[in-house]
Write a protein that binds this ligand. Structure first.
Ligand code: DDK
Ligand code: ZN
Ligand code: ZN
Length: 417
């Protein structure tokens, strides 16, 4: 009886969804070295969840630092910051309330797929199966491996069916679990491709001439975890015997200046680079796929949030990429196209100088492999909602992002031969 009770208790604890009642996101504006030190010290004494930049190591003077502070320390942190003279504002008053608000409460079947909802992994998986089987002329599907927890990683090849290999573009979403707007974008892209092929001449031309490989959710285990347990999870869910902390940052785990800057070798950090390059099976699976298809892949696009940035190599060094000028010009063109729809402003530039040095990223790796047009998007917003972007913004965000993506793909197409 006692052991039954105990088992029951364990089950309750295991099933528990993390709540964020009264938890706040602060925006700190460090303008002196002391301010920077104070933030780093704070991260040492309490467990701070960095939203932007993604860890204490990345904090420097004159950048906005968005941090989620555990409830027990909220007052202490606020007082500490005020006393130091650092400008501090409350960005999100109550994460739990915002978490409930950012989802639309329409009484529709939670398992039904929608392009204007943050779908669960199970729903996305069913969508992947059905959309590929009902559009055989434009979509084929392949499994490129499994995640750490054993979920199949599906890549959709979107393009007019052809007997010969076409030049291609690789697009992934959801490298980071909590960046839900990213995952929504890949689904939107597939929908737009299907619904505008044959009517929109740019899309028709693109899909006739090229294939777009779409990986709808890169970090599936993490994404599932954000729906079921902890909305703010970022990393993979891999376990090792060397640490009780789980997961590595799948955007620090690539073999490109691996773990030399803007990444942590502490397994408990949100920017943990992993035990070796490609230690994360999801990274290995995608890297293998890109290596296998290297001769056809002309562009690599990866979608993140938030900050409204369009980044390109390098992030592991301040050195400029060999094709810097062209990459910059295309990024500017894409940002302008994006802005033309709703006025959303993006900043473009090389990662290290524009956001922060960060080694081991997928874009740098793809570029060094020879994929010239390699871009990282950081979608909406700039911090009002952060990772909790309301579902009502899925449509406008995806629409404007489509314009930027199409600008890039048309440039790639023009430069094929
Ligand atoms: O991985 C990051 O910290 C952000 C997205 Se959340 C992107 C950093 C720039 C590109 C790194 N290769
Ligand atoms: Zn990200
Ligand atoms: Zn981001």
């Amino acid at each position: 009886m006692k052991s039954l009770l105990f088992l029951g208790l364990v089950a309750v604890v295991l099933a528990e969804v993390k709540r964020f009642d009264g938890e706040k996101v602060f925006r700190l504006k460090p303008i002196t070295d002391d301010h920077v030190l104070l933030i780093k010290e704070l991260a040492n004494i309490v467990e701070v969840d960095f939203w932007r930049p993604e860890s204490a190591d990345l904090v420097t003077i004159d950048i906005d630092v968005d941090v989620h502070v555990p409830p027990a320390h909220t007052d202490m942190v606020y007082t500490m910051m005020q006393q130091s003279g650092m400008q501090t504002e409350v960005l999100i008053e109550d994460i739990q309330a915002q978490m409930e608000d950012h989802l639309d409460n329409r009484n529709i079947d939670p398992r039904a797929h929608s392009y204007t909802k943050y779908n669960t992994w199970d729903t996305i998986q069913a969508w992947i199966t059905s959309i590929s089987s009902s559009n055989p002329e434009l979509i084929s599907r392949q499994v490129i491996g499994s995640t750490f927890e054993g979920r199949p990683m599906n890549v959709l090849k979107v393009g007019k069916r052809s007997s010969s290999t076409k030049p291609s573009i690789f697009l992934d979403c959801g490298i980071h679990a909590r960046e839900w707007i990213s995952t929504a974008f890949c689904q939107w892209f597939v929908k737009e491709a299907l619904s505008t092929y044959g009517t929109d001449s740019d899309m028709t031309g693109l899909l006739n001439q090229m294939d777009v490989y779409v990986l709808p959710v890169f970090n599936i285990d993490g994404y599932d975890y954000t729906h079921k347990k902890d909305r703010m999870w970022r990393k993979t869910r891999s376990k090792t015997s060397s640490s009780s902390c789980i997961g590595a940052d799948p955007n620090r785990n690539w073999n490109a200046g691996w773990c030399t800057a803007g990444a942590s070798s502490n397994p408990c950090s949100d920017t943990f680079c992993g035990y070796s390059p490609e230690s994360e099976i999801e990274v290995k699976n995608v890297a293998d796929f890109i290596r296998r298809n290297k001769s056809s892949i002309k562009a690599y696009l990866t979608i993140h949030s938030y900050s409204q940035l369009l980044l390109f190599p390098y992030s592991y060094t301040f050195a400029l990429a060999q094709h810097h000028n062209e990459l910059m010009a295309v990024a500017e063109g894409a940002s302008n196209a994006l802005r033309s729809l709703y006025g959303t402003k993006y900043t473009s530039g090389p990662g290290a100088a524009t956001i922060y040095p960060a080694a081991g990223g997928s874009d740098d790796w793809a570029y060094d492999l020879g994929v010239k047009y390699s871009y990282t998007f950081e979608l909406r917003d700039t911090g009002r909602y952060g990772f909790l972007l309301p579902e009502t913004q899925i449509k406008p965000t995806c629409e404007e992002t489509m314009l930027a993506v199409k600008y890039i793909t048309s440039h790639v197409q023009k430069n094929l031969y």
